[in-house]
Design a protein around this ligand. Structure first.
Ligand code: NDP
Ligand code: 2IT
Length: 459
């Protein structure tokens, strides 16, 4: 759509302006820079995106809500945390994205996650806008009652800004079924209505089957489609997995089911290496350890003599988890957990594919090195989109008052992951980046949102 609405704006100073107007937001700059690198040639070819200043508009959140959360700890002492919701873009649907509870949470991290979510959600082919939220509250070491009081007080404020047709939060780091339950209960009490305002709910009270499994399963389905595209399969593949939370657990489960062998798992304290392989029985131990007892991964090595435990040593400047020989790497913990040294170690160890379960786990330097050395790189906004896609399926079930079987949800999840895979390849090929999943994901997501923004006028 050509328009004489506005003069063209040069893209040359776009990143400089972004950095000077959002000082200190390094994670946000990193996420924007990656998308910008991929879409710059597209914008170069299509004047309407420049005329409508789509890039300048898409990096500015539609709304950021920041609020005080006060709660009483078990000693009767009032505690104060900061809560946020970043409503990034609603051009293609209501804001949708997770809530993260972790002491590192700040505006930069939530803006990067919200920005990634815009493109990820567009790739799912469902009508979902992008958002993210959370708090610097640390659930670690807190009693169940403390977590409940925090969640209730967080929702006391958040409830004013969300709604099943407005903004539908879900889980992320530190927010799983327990936290969603406490927040949902409070929302229901405040609003006096039973709506699908959160996803990741329990199956007995409006949740979808397969939502807990969806991000990890989707990641492995996506990896499988990549391998199939290269006449290969998951069978017999050794996998390095980081993290031991929701995404990592179900990624390992699906790898095992498809005949692969996960050999590592981690938490922020350290990692375990089990060259014999993490099998179903050992994975059950991890699930019980992490989801029920909320213990540390070190215990795995006490339980299973085939494994060795390595405590985290940040002074090393790299993560030795990635230095073990393997075919696949599935980073499923957090942002920037895999750097250039780690990438070199993966290359030395013969890795053929790095698929991101976490959001932005690979640094830009690591991504460049992997791609330069022929390692296939699957960006999180495509490979981990199965979680939010299944949240979208939970919303459809809630709107229509239906409840699908596991088989039905899993079938739809597979179709969505295949369609994301194919959209990435299609967009990459169209813009001369053959088999480049990063360029393909960024371009395909961008085009859908940009065209929708233009169609809806200057807002
Ligand atoms: P969980 O809280 O269930 O698990 C997080 C895991 O990562 C834990 O093992 C945790 O260890 C580890 N971890 C977290 N922060 C750090 C850190 N700073 N350094 C080292 N290890 C860390 O979260 P999820 O599994 O849900 O999320 C993992 C990643 O996947 C995140 O990047 C998230 O954004 C992304 N994601 C999640 C989706 C979902 O549906 N849940 C969907 C798409 C992406 P510890 O317990 O010691 O903190
Ligand atoms: O990063 C993500 O995509 C999520 N944390 C899931 C978001 C969602 O709304 O299910």
């Amino acid at each position: 759509m050509e328009s004489t609405l506005m003069p063209e704006v040069s893209k040359s100073d776009f990143l400089d302006t972004l950095k000077s107007t959002t000082p200190g937001e390094t994670e946000f700059h990193q996420a924007v820079q990656e998308v910008h690198e991929s879409v710059a040639p597209v914008i170069e070819q299509h004047a309407e995106y420049r005329k409508h200043r789509i890039l300048e508009r898409i990096v500015e959140p539609e709304r950021i809500i920041s609020f005080r959360v006060t709660w009483i700890d078990d000693n009767g002492i009032p505690q104060v945390n900061r809560g946020y919701r970043v409503q990034m873009n609603s051009a293609i649907g209501p804001y949708k994205g997770g809530l993260r509870f972790h002491p590192s949470v700040n505006q930069s991290i939530l803006k990067f996650l919200g920005f990634e979510q815009i493109f990820k959600n567009a790739l799912t082919s469902l009508p979902l806008g992008g958002g993210k939220g959370g708090s610097n509250f640390d659930p670690k070491g807190k009693s169940d009652a403390e977590v409940m009081r925090f969640c209730q007080n967080f929702m006391l404020e958040l409830s004013k800004h969300i709604g099943h047709r407005i903004d539908i939060p879900a889980g992320d780091i530190g927010v799983g079924g327990r936290e969603i339950g406490y927040m949902y209960g409070m929302y229901r009490k405040i609003e006096n209505q039973f709506s699908g305002v959160l996803t990741g709910k329990g199956v007995k009270w409006g949740g979808s089957l397969i939502r807990p499994e969806a991000t990890g399963y989707g990641l492995v389905y996506f990896s499988q489609y990549i391998l199939e595209n290269n006449n290969d399969s998951m069978a017999g593949k050794t996998c390095l997995v980081s993290g031991s939370g929701n995404v990592a657990q179900y990624a390992m489960e699906k790898v095992i089911e498809l005949g692969g062998k996960p050999v590592t798992a981690s938490d922020s304290s350290g990692y375990i290496y089990d060259p014999a392989g993490i099998d179903t029985k050992k994975l059950e131990f991890i699930k019980e350890l992490k989801n029920e007892r909320r213990g540390r991964i070190a215990e795995y090595a006490d339980e299973f003599s085939t494994a060795e435990y390595f405590p985290t040593d940040r002074s090393m400047g790299y993560n030795p988890l990635w230095s073990h020989k393997a075919d696949l790497a599935l980073p499923c913990a957090t942002q920037n957990e895999l750097n250039e040294i780690d990438a070199q170690n993966l290359i030395n160890g013969g890795a053929i594919l790095v698929a991101e379960g976490a959001n932005m786990p690979c640094t830009p330097e690591a991504i460049n090195l992997l791609r330069d050395n022929g390692v296939i790189y699957a960006p999180g906004k495509a490979s981990n989109a199965g979680g939010v896609a299944t949240s979208g399926l939970e919303m459809v079930q809630n709107y229509s008052g239906s409840h699908w079987t596991s088989e039905e949800v899993d079938r739809r999840l597979k179709i969505i992951m295949k369609s994301i895979h194919d959209s990435c390849l299609h967009a990459a090929t169209k813009y001369s980046h053959d088999k480049d999943y990063m360029a393909g994901a960024n371009i395909a997501g961008f085009l859908k949102v940009a065209d929708s923004m233009i169609a809806q006028g200057v807002l």
